[in-house]
Design a binder for this molecule. Sequence first.
Ligand code: 13P
Length: 253
Amino acid sequence: MKKILVANWKMNPSSLEEATNLIGEIKEKLAGVKGVDMVVCPPFIFLNEVGALLKGQKKIKLGSQDVFGGEGTSFTGEVSVDMIKNAGAEYAIIGHSERREMYETLQIVSEKIIFSLKGGLKVILCVGEEARDEHGEFYNYVKDELEMALAKLNKKNLSKLIIAYEPTWAIGKKENEILSPENLHEMVIFVRKVLTDKFGEDGRLVPILYGGSVSKNNAQEIISKGNIDGLLVGRESLKPANFAEVAEMLSKN
Ligand code: 13P
């Protein structure tokens, strides 16, 4: 399986000019990276322009950071699957913890997944515990998230699903404040088991990424010991040279 690298720009940058410069630099720095599927997810407001700048090349795909999970047009402030697709995007991050902390329930997440797949977007579903406890309850937390979010997913759509394991407590931290690669390895086995229990052997086809304070300094260990199929990167994806180093590490593993 090809490794996957996803950039989540979150609510950055603050102007179109900066977004244009950023994608330009990312394209340049990642030009030599081979064998990695790369996805850049800018804020909605820059999707069209970034999409236009990515057109005509195959290396970097476009993704959104969210999507509206329903039909109709009377939804002020929302952005539909069609709009996202027409901007050139192929992927949507769904259920990011920063959205779920605000108001998004797993019921809403589940609907968003169904509508995205129906409309032809691939889904990057984020799951992860808020905290770890010594009794391992956090495993049940992640299992519940997966089961609720994927409750309505048809097995035939599994090839369009990516899971990003992002423990909330490890997001936005210093690069040495994240979980150990051994703990990550265990969680990836666990997520894989939840998927195969639900979908049978086909569950093995779903790539599992890690996200949470990934940097060029900790990525090598995460990649070599974490048992992952790729990475979902926040802050470090805004620094093209560092992001390219992470991409190189993925391409060599
Ligand atoms: P950081 O890499 O900035 O911790 O963000 C991780 C994340 O939330 C990516 O979706």
